[in-house]
Ligand binder design. Structure first.
Ligand code: GLY
Length: 342
């Protein structure tokens, strides 16, 4: 078992990482929740795999009910949000009851948003079951839904009361979905932990220790910048170009981040910010996990990304890695882009 504490200005919470945890979650939930009623929100895929296990492990201590929604990103929408709220209200949820988010990123983001808004806030605990959500979205309190064709455009910061990670859930992911999560894990190594990054060259089994090391990188930046105003942006390494590629070519998120990291490294090298050796090492690791390393020229995307939402007052914050395991935020203007890169 490994345990991490996220310590924020107004709250703190534990992340427990333990093999087989799903069979034994009551003892952790009892640490932070003293009432009886628990509502689980899950999707129809995760329902088949883990809902009974979770209910069995809770039922001696809690009164458990659940809501199931269809799997997939399409469920992260206003109508599913309304459906979930309606079901919970019909089931007589109160503001001092607990929500459990059992599933991947869609379930985590949606449950968190329901928890942020229903009765102006009720507690929730994350039980992320995909590697992508264990590595990223379940930690740090970003919640939300997609709207008006824009991802996460309606949302709130709402920290969970606890996050429970069972690495055994990774055994049921198909290879592409597992590697999708590896994109974010590799990113954590690239920006914050060279030892973790280099250890991936041996393709180790992703276990409690590796998840712990990876989340330690996210913890460090979330603790100093909970509301994503400065340092937390470093988690966007590979995302600036990644988002452009993800939408255009239909990659999964972690796949797009993989390509986006290589594009950002090339740009960093051209600006003299990034050490040349980063490209080859990261490309090797991405290839080990069958993540795409197709070379898109970052220069073809600079205009697009300059005018997206990150363009604040004529500058854009790019995240680069000066060396493996280090990050820097580089403010670049349109004029500098034209002068140095185009
Ligand atoms: N997914 C990036 C963040 O949590 O800030």
């Amino acid at each position: 078992m490994r345990e991490l504490n996220i310590n924020l200005k107004n709250t703190s919470y534990k992340i427990i990482i333990e093999d087989g945890l799903l069979n034994n979650i009551s003892k952790y939930i009892k640490e932070v929740y003293k009432n009886k009623k628990i509502f689980i929100l899950t999707d129809d895929n995760v329902e088949k795999l883990y809902l009974n296990t979770v209910i069995s492990s809770l039922k001696n201590d809690f009164d458990v009910d659940y809501v199931v929604i269809p799997h997939g990103e399409e469920s992260k929408c206003l109508s599913t949000y309304a459906y979930v709220c309606e079901e919970l209200i019909k089931k007589d949820i109160r503001r001092n009851h607990l929500l459990l988010a059992l599933g991947g990123g869609v379930i985590g983001d949606l449950t968190g948003f329901v928890a942020a808004t229903l009765y102006r806030g009720i507690p929730y605990i994350g039980i992320p079951t995909s590697l992508l959500s264990q590595m990223d979205s379940s930690i740090g309190g970003k919640t939300g839904i997609d709207f008006y064709n824009r991802k996460n455009i309606l949302g709130a910061f709402k920290q969970p009361s606890m996050v429970l990670i069972d690495p055994k859930t990774l055994d049921t992911l198909d290879e592409r979905e597992f590697n999708n999560g590896m994109g974010e894990l590799i990113k954590h190594g690239a920006i914050g932990n060279k030892n973790l990054l280099m250890s991936l060259l041996n393709k180790p089994k992703i276990n409690e220790d590796i998840i712990y090391e990876s989340l330690t990188v996210k913890k460090a930046v979330v603790e100093i910048d909970e509301f994503d105003l400065k340092e937390r942006m470093t988690l966007n390494f590979g995302h600036t170009f990644g988002h452009a590629i993800e939408l255009k070519y239909g990659y999964k998120h972690g796949e797009a981040v993989a390509i986006g990291m290589l594009m950002a490294i090339k740009m960093g090298v051209d600006l003299g910010v990034t050490d040349n050796e980063c490209y080859g090492v990261i490309k090797n690791i991405l290839e080990l996990y069958n993540l795409p390393t197709v070379e898109y020229n970052y220069k073809d995307y600079l205009t697009d990304v300059f005018y997206d939402k990150k363009n604040i007052a004529g500058t854009i914050n790019f995240i680069f890695i000066p060396k493996l395991g280090e990050w820097t935020i580089y403010k670049i203007t349109e004029a500098e882009i034209k002068e140095k890169l185009l």
